[in-house]
Ligand binder design. Structure first.
Ligand code: MEV
Length: 420
């Protein structure tokens, strides 16, 4: 079946039907299907190796965002999240962007920064010069730690120095490492620890911390899309959306929430692909704090009155190594995405962040989010009131129609439903 991510009525299908359709379109194997649908795809034995004091696994719903066209390619986006509306919001924005060519996205080289803190230096300035003059030697030394990266002509590629003035002056050495398709934390930390004694020898100082920075400014992803005026509700709607954006640019209280919306989309793909969402969260928020905390997205109106949205963030993700290769569900999600490099994955994630944010501010600047949100939330309330899978749909409709989506009302209505 041809891969077209614009499937109409996908949300109206049952989970099994959606999975069947995706399986057919993407030619997933029966192992992938089992991993996605069955419980226990992450065995307790594997879980017990991943973290400490394991007593079980926790599950969150996995949904598929549709309509995404990125760099001319169709993508189904797996999103793992417990919050209602996020998957729908992303799919909606992707639908609006689609007739204008969807999203254009790219990433810079996957270069991570490792930091080495050097203390007790009589002259950090002189030590900095010494380090920089021995750059090639230090890079070669760091690269002894990764044969794989060396073979791919990557690995450690540069060294930078910075002098910080705190209670004591300190020299910070940045080791820049092209980590290819890995998230890269392990190899960067290993390299930093490995070259630290040589740095002490060169400077005569004392190395304290040796750890990567999550503010991976060299490893950024960018996405842009046009949201046509006629598809967002006309000129007045465009104006309200722009006002919503300007609010976030002008106010840190609003920016925090606006950016939380961006991360709703981003984190859900990170979780589905078993990537370190805390690392990306830290990097994204730090990045938009450089020069004063501001919106993670940018919007402008072009000559035709359409909205041009964009996003640029540090996005350190991996498709090999780390936890990403132990979860069968994450592997199946990567197959759904069809990504062949970490850079491709980070470009997709940037597009999802932009889509999520656009939908959120569009909804907030019109009818508000509660109507749609409560409609979806009514299903959670129905489930917690004890509705069986057969009853959930009916009870959630009754809750919405009653205008009171509360647990107490859900219990009363469920009783009524069962008496019928
Ligand atoms: C809710 O999880 C996210 C939003 O609050 C984002 C926003 O306000 O832009 C809807």
């Amino acid at each position: 079946m041809a891969k077209d991510a614009a499937i109409s009525g996908f949300h109206k299908l049952m989970p099994e039907e959606r999975l069947k359709l995706i399986t057919e379109i993407l030619n997933l194997s029966s192992d992938d299907v089992d991993a996605l649908y069955k419980h226990g795809a992450l065995s307790i034995e594997v879980a017990d190796k991943l973290i400490e004091n394991v007593i079980g696994n926790i599950e969150v719903p996995l949904g598929i965002a549709t309509n995404f066209l990125i760099n001319g390619k169709d993508y189904f986006i797996p999103m793992a999240i417990e919050e209602a509306s996020v998957v729908a919001a992303c799919s909606k924005a992707a639908k609006i962007a689609r007739p204008s060519g969807g999203f254009t996205a790219y990433s810079t080289d996957p270069v991570m920064i490792g930091q080495i803190q050097v203390m007790d230096l009589p002259s950090p300035e002189e030590s900095s010069i010494r380090i920089l003059s021995q750059k090639q030697k230090l890079i070669a030394l760091a690269n002894e730690k990764s044969k794989t990266l060396r073979e791919k002509n990557s690995g450690a590629i540069d060294i930078e120095t910075r002098i910080l003035h705190s209670r004591k002056k300190m020299l910070i050495v940045h080791l820049l490492v092209n980590v290819q398709d890995a998230m890269g934390a392990n190899i960067v930390n290993t390299m930093c620890e490995f070259i630290a004694p040589e740095i002490e020898r060169i400077t005569g100082g004392r190395v304290n911390l040796r750890i990567l920075s999550n503010l991976s400014i060299y490893r950024r992803a960018y996405a842009t899309a046009k949201f046509r005026k006629d598809l967002v509700g006309g000129e007045a709607a465009v104006n309200s959306i722009m006002e919503a954006y300007e609010f976030a640019e002008a106010d840190i209280f609003r920016a925090a929430t606006h950016n939380k919306g961006v991360m709703n989309g981003i984190d859900a793909v990170l979780l589905a692909t078993f990537n370190d969402w805390r690392a990306v969260e830290a990097g994204a928020h730090a990045f938009v704090s450089m020069g004063g905390y501001h919106s993670m997205t940018k919007y402008s109106v072009d000559n035709s009155g359409d909205i041009i949205g964009s996003i640029e963030l540090p996005l350190a993700v991996g498709i090999v190594g780390g936890a990403a290769s132990v979860s069968k569900k994450a592997m199946a999600c990567r197959k759904i995405l069809g990504v062949t490099s970490a850079s491709e994955l980070s470009s997709i994630i940037a597009a999802v962040g932009l889509a999520q944010n656009f939908s959120a501010i569009k909804a907030l600047a019109s009818e508000g989010i509660q109507k749609g949100h409560m409609k979806l939330h009514s299903r959670n309330i129905a489930i917690s009131a004890g509705a069986t899978p057969d009853e959930v749909g009916k009870l959630s409709t009754m809750l919405v129609e009653s205008g009171d989506i509360s647990p107490t009302n859900a219990k009363n209505l469920l009783e009524k439903l069962r008496k019928k």
